[in-house]
Structures are given as C-alpha cells and as structure tokens.
Design a protein around this ligand. Structure first.
Ligand SMILES: Cc1cc2nc3c(=O)[nH]c(=O)nc-3n(C[C@H](O)[C@H](O)[C@H](O)COP(=O)(O)OP(=O)(O)OC[C@H]3O[C@@H](n4cnc5c(N)ncnc54)[C@H](O)[C@@H]3O)c2cc1C
Length: 380
C-alpha cells in the first residue's frame, strides 16, 4: 500500500473517531429504512461538510476524484466505525454520475449539489411486475403533451421510494424494445404518484410499489434524448454493479465478526477455518478485480462489471451462510438485527438486485465468452 493511501486511511480513521454522530446512526447498508433516514441525511450533510461525501465525484461537483484505494479505505473505515458510507446508493453512486454524463447543465446544477449534501434522496424507478430481468419490456408509458409529458404505469421493488424526493424513471415513449425507452426525473411528491411499502422477510420495509397515474412532468424532466433511455438505463445499471461490487471492501468486517462469533461459541473448528480462509481469499480477489476493472477505463456498463457484481453478491451470500454455521443454533432465535443473520438475508437479496446472478452469467457468456445468445430473450 502506498504511503499516500496509508495517510488517507489514517486521516479518515482519525476523523471518524471524533466526527459528530447523528442520534440513532448505524451501518444500515446501501438503503436506509424510513426510521434510519433522518440520521442518514444528517450523516450525509456531515460527510459533505468534511469533504468525505461522493469521494468518486469530480472536484468540480464537490468530490475528490478518488481512485479505488481511497474509496476502499473509506468504505472499510466506515464499516469498522459502524456507520454507513453515505445516505443511500442511488443518488451518490447511480444518479449523480449518470446526470454528469447525460444530464443538461441545468439538471446537473439543480440536482447534484443537493444529492451530495443529503438534501435530496433519490430512488430508482426501473423494475415493473412484468419487467425485471427483461427490463427492455417496461410498460410504464410517458406520452408527450404540449406542456411536457404525462406518465402512467406501475413500478415495483423501489428501494427507498417512500422517503425519496426524486425518482429516476425508465418509461416507454416509443415502440416496443430498447429503442422505445426514455428516462425522466420524477418528483416523488408529484400528484398521481402513490408509494406503497412492501414488507420483507427480514421484517424490514426498504422497498415499495410505486403507482404513477396521470403524472404530469415538465419537458425538462427528460434525461438524455427521447429514445435514449436504454443507454441511460444501462449506464445506471453499470454504476449499480460497480457500486455493489465495491461493497466487497467492507466484507472483512463481517469475516472478523464471524470468527469472533464462532470462537466464543467454541465452533471455530477446522471446517469453519477452511471456509473463512476461502472467503477471505475471495474478498481480496474481489478487491483486486475492482481495482483492475476501474483501471481498465471501461465504461461501467461494460461486461467486466458484471463479473464484479456476480463475485461480490455471491461472496456476500456465502459469508452470510457461513455466518449461520458460526452461530449454530443461536441463529434460529437471534434477533433480525444480529449482524450475521442480517448478512445472510441481505446476501441473498444482493444476488437478485441490480441484475440477478443468472443474468450476469448470461452477460458473461454472450459478451465476454462469445457464446450464442440466450434463446429465450428477444433479439436486441
Ligand atoms: C433488495 C432489492 C432491492 C431492489 N431495488 C430496486 C430498486 O430500487 N429499483 C428497481 O427498479 N428495482 C429494484 N430491485 C429489483 C431488481 O432489479 C429485480 O428484482 C431484478 O432485476 C430481477 O427481476 P425480477 O424480480 O422481476 O425477477 P425475474 O426477472 O422475473 O426473474 C425470476 C428468475 O428467473 C431468472 N431469469 C430471468 N430471466 C432469465 C434469463 N433470460 N436467463 C436465465 N435466468 C433468467 C432470474 O435470474 C430469476 O432467478 C430490487 C431488488 C431487490 C432484491
């Protein structure tokens, strides 16, 4: 590790040790629950004030142009300190960079500073009941009017939808397939937007159904050109894969928890030691893959980032499963907030969101290995 990287890590660790902590703040992961949002917003403002918000953004927009080692160091130190890396993933990691590429100067000026400071939380309005893996078949429609657009349709699995100020919406403005799609900014308090929370199996309620009925949007709500929605959506998903892949860097903390939990229960036997060693190696390989993917200079939509998302989510899932072995019977009656039980439940979700493991494997097969296209998917 370079001495500069070490000094950044030390700087962050020292700052985290004395930084003000909003009441109730804890490491809630990529998305806060409604109860976590006030502390998460206050924390994002503190990060922005101290220069630790949106590290990967360019300096022009208040970031630090941070490379992989500094981002990794920050994520690890935040995990060690038991605080989230940021308010939520959608604004800083997905929408911000996408607006920098596809947004107009007016959109950038209106939205980017407020994402960085936590004034605005964003959600991602992509998935629909009949369009998850096959995102190009979304049915929510935006129709052009004299004043702008009117949107009708339904979205589902919208993380943070009930607390967000804005949503990034994928909607159909033209014919079927990829070319008929466009992306819009939707104020979540616009008339006609109804958000209904969904209760998850971990007893949390982070995602929602969103119903859009006659929602009027101004002409300048369009992000990118009309019909350019697939490119914007792909860039967003690429960013999501990159960001989910980057979660790997904080997994060392879970491995430490796992070893401790097994040791205090007298369960850290040879079998568990082998599993932990294997997971530890996988986390290091992930970090190296993350660095290589970024250094390659490829666009986040590139298939290389599917490898990162696949490896990261499946490693998280496997850490969760090994954590259950470490807890033994205690896993059955522990509270949902037992970190290792929570990690197991969340680990499975990670293999679904942002494109399932099967879809990542299809992308790798078709776009990296050059195998024939999936016969069940419509031609591009
Ligand atoms: C925790 C969590 C948070 C989420 N947050 C958001 C959010 O904020 N915004 C948002 O828009 N969406 C969100 N999602 C939705 C997520 O993007 C979708 O769940 C995902 O894309 C899969 O779509 P689906 O659930 O409709 O499953 P389906 O597409 O119906 O897939 C069902 C199963 O079939 C498999 N399958 C489907 N097609 C193929 C194929 N061609 N080849 C092989 N296997 C296939 C899948 O891998 C899966 O196992 C979230 C999901 C989760 C779990």
């Amino acid at each position: 590790m370079s001495s500069r990287a070490v000094s950044f890590r030390e700087e962050v660790r020292a700052w985290l040790a004395t930084a003000p902590r909003p009441a109730g703040l804890h490491d809630y992961g990529p998305t806060p629950t409604a109860a976590d949002v006030p502390a998460g917003r206050a924390w994002q403002a503190i990060l922005a004030e101290a220069g630790y918000a949106c590290l990967h953004w360019p300096e022009r927009w208040g970031g630090r142009d941070a490379g992989v080692p500094d981002q990794a160091a920050f994520a690890e130190e935040a995990a060690r300190a038991g605080v989230p890396r940021q308010l939520n993933i959608v604004g800083p990691d997905l929408v911000g960079p996408v607006l920098m590429t596809y947004g107009t100067p007016a959109q950038q000026a209106a939205y980017l500073p407020r994402i960085r400071t936590g004034h605005d939380m964003w959600c991602q309005l992509f998935s629909e009941p009949e369009a998850g893996s096959d995102l190009a078949s979304v049915r929510t429609r935006a129709v052009r009017t004299d004043a702008g657009w009117v949107v009708d349709g339904q979205k589902v699995w919208t993380s943070g939808g009930g607390d967000a100020e804005y949503g990034l919406l994928l909607a159909r403005t033209g014919g079927p397939g990829h070319r008929g799609l466009s992306v819009f900014v939707v104020p979540m308090d616009a008339p006609g937007v109804v958000v209904r929370p969904l209760l998850q199996m971990d007893n949390e309620s982070k995602f929602n159904e969103v119903f859009l009925t006659g929602v009027a949007l101004p002409a300048d709500a369009l992000v990118g050109a009309e019909g350019e929605g697939w490119a914007v959506a792909t860039a967003t998903l690429g960013r999501e894969r990159l960001s989910l892949g980057a979660n790997a860097v904080s997994m060392f903390r879970s491995l430490d928890d796992l070893v401790e939990s097994a040791t205090v229960r007298g369960r850290f036997d040879e079998h568990l030691r082998d599993e932990v060693t294997d997971l530890w190696i996988r986390v290091w390989l992930l970090r190296a893959t993350w660095e290589r993917a970024i250094a390659s200079g490829e666009e986040p939509g590139a298939p290389a980032f599917s490898v990162l998302k696949l490896l990261s989510s499946e490693t998280q899932r496997d850490i969760g499963n090994t954590g259950i072995e470490a807890l033994g019977l205690d896993a059955l009656w522990s509270e949902n907030n037992e970190p290792l039980v929570h990690r197991m439940l969340v680990g499975h979700a990670q293999t679904i969101l942002g494109g399932t493991s099967e879809i990542q494997r299809n992308i790798l097969a078709e776009r990296i290995l050059g195998l024939p296209r999936d016969p069940y998917r419509a031609p591009a």
